[in-house]
Design a protein around this ligand. Structure first.
Ligand code: KIV
Ligand code: ZN
Length: 513
């Protein structure tokens, strides 16, 4: 269920009440063009087509499929996307030059996004053209596209660093030449929301169809895009996962959720597909969103601290602004050092683990927090291993043998040696032994302490998760006194896991029960 803060939050209601906000904003996705300009990203034709189909399913209004003149492959990809007959309008980028426009026309796109830079910096150093020459070029390009019966979107590149009066004149001439929509790029992301609001309010005095295109160099792309809408923009350019040159473009998922959930403005986006498409784009671009990325990051709906987890379990909205399902995400309870008992209880329930004694539950909490204290993120597999370890152990009051102390010495010039002290009933037995490695030495020392009456028949070790700090699971089969038992133990330390598994097995053999 979409929560709309414009209706629920007093402050938002108050500041938005005098604004003339649109009912609906159009989403122009440029993942396949500006997004693909992300350093190191290059999509194959098939990947571009697959992403375009997913963007269409998501409900974007316009797909900027690429920059047709840039390569033969790019042109082919755009043509293939056009052939898919998607619901979204397919757009191709072209500089305000005939050669670029011709290639875009050959691709049979629905819309051509043509641009020319207008700022003093670009005029002087890049284009070496004066103001008038730039206007003439823009007008020529727009008229040429319109002669071919194609919709035109016109951008004054680096608009936000262009003199306002001149920018107004450029856009006025562009509209007179037939531009259907005017795009305002903040090419190097230097706007602040108030300035963006002012700029778009000024432009919208004379222009109806305004779009904004914000870069994220100062982390303000989404805020500036939304400020643009407050000022009168009706379309936002954005990319999945905020991909794009340098700091990227405005992230589509943040723009859309901001519009719909904070401003209560409609879009055509099926928000429950946002996470899925984010994952698809991350897979093909090989750029995974950072964990704390809003909406689609791994941590966007994850809770670890005891206070938050408790709150969320009592009522999800205490620490979540929207339900995760709205964007296709899932709530995740992360277990670690900040975890409280409520979250552990919920995790155990989620894993189908019930019927624990208080002693077992307390031991599980202790072990999970101890892992977290060592800086480890405790996975579900870790929890399952800890639980089965704790649950499988002989209860404390039935144990005949307990480990009192273990020490091992090992190294390339040392024969692995272990010393153990075992508490057997009320006696302490101390021994030491050597072995081929520390585990072998430790197990031999235990066997020696107990008169070698119990033998190890099988020994097996496995890592539960990856990394050198992974939990290790040791499974041993022991025989003695006419019995055979199999036990296991889980620890990060393989010597400790081995010793505990063996001692637990000994207790099972010696148990009066
Ligand atoms: O950021 C920019 O200025 C652009 C233009 C091509 C519109 O991407
Ligand atoms: Zn851009």
């Amino acid at each position: 269920m979409m929560i709309v803060y414009r209706e629920e939050n007093e402050l938002i209601k108050k500041v938005l009440k005098d604004l003339n906000l649109p009912d609906r904003v159009y989403i122009f996705d440029t993942t396949l063009r500006d997004g693909e300009q992300t350093p190191g990203v290059s999509l194959t034709i098939d990947e571009k087509v697959e992403i375009a189909k997913k963007l269409d399913e998501l409900g974007v209004d316009v797909i900027e499929a690429g920059f047709p003149v840039s390569s033969v492959g790019e042109k082919e990809a755009i043509k293939k996307i056009v052939k898919e007959n998607l619901n979204a309008e397919i757009c191709g980028l072209a500089r305000a030059v005939k050669k670029d426009i011709d290639v875009a026309i050959e691709c049979e796109v629905d819309r051509i996004h043509t641009f020319i830079a207008t700022s003093p910096l670009h005029r002087k150093y890049k284009l070496k053209m004066n103001k008038e020459e730039i206007i003439n070029k823009a007008v020529e390009a727009i008229e040429y596209i319109k002669e071919h019966g194609i919709k035109v979107e016109f951008s004054a590149e680096d608009a936000t660093r262009t003199e306002l009066d001149y920018l107004k004149e450029v856009y006025k001439k562009a509209i007179e030449a037939g531009a259907d929509i005017i795009n305002v790029p903040d090419t190097v992301g230097v706007m602040i929301p108030r300035a963006m609001y002012y700029l778009i309010s000024e432009l919208s005095k004379d222009i109806k169809n305004i779009s904004v295109h914000c870069h994220n160099d100062f982390g303000l792309a989404v805020a500036n895009s939304l400020a643009g809408v407050e000022g009168g923009a009706i379309q936002i350019h954005c990319t999945i996962n905020g991909l794009g040159e340098r700091g990227g473009n405005a992230a589509l998922e943040e723009v859309v959720m901001g519009l719909m959930s904070l401003y209560g403005i409609k879009t055509n986006i099926k928000t429950e597909l946002l996470y899925e498409i984010s994952q698809l784009v991350a897979k093909y671009t090989e750029i995974k969103p950072q964990p704390n990325k809003a909406i689609v990051g791994d941590n966007a709906f994850a809770h670890e601290s005891g206070i938050h987890a408790h709150g969320v379990l009592a009522h999800a909205l205490t620490y979540e602004p929207i339900p995760p399902e709205v964007v296709g995400q899932k709530r995740r309870m992360i277990l670690g050092k900040h975890t409280g008992t409520h979250a552990i209880e919920a995790k155990l329930k989620e894993l189908g683990i019930t019927d624990l004694s208080e002693e077992q539950f307390n031991e599980i909490v202790k072990r999970i927090k101890a892992l977290g204290d060592k800086g480890k993120r405790v996975t579900d597999k870790d929890v399952e291993a800890i639980v089965s370890d704790v649950v499988g152990k002989v209860p404390r009051d039935e144990r005949v043998v307990e480990l009192n102390y273990i020490g091992v010495f090992t190294g390339d010039k040392i024969i692995p040696t272990a010393s153990v002290a075992l508490k057997v009933n009320d006696d302490i037995i101390k021994t030491s032994a050597i072995g081929v490695g520390p585990v072998d030495a430790a197990v031999k020392a235990i066997q020696k302490a107990l008169g070698e009456k119990i033998k190890i028949k099988e020994y097996h070790i496995d890592a539960i998760t990856g990394g050198t700090d992974a939990l290790a699971e040791v499974v041993v089969t022991l025989e003695g006194f006419g019995k055979e038992v199999t036990t296991k133990s889980v620890r990060e330390d393989i010597v400790r896991a081995s010793v505990e598994a063996v001692i637990d097995g000994i207790n099972k053999i010696l148990s009066k029960k």
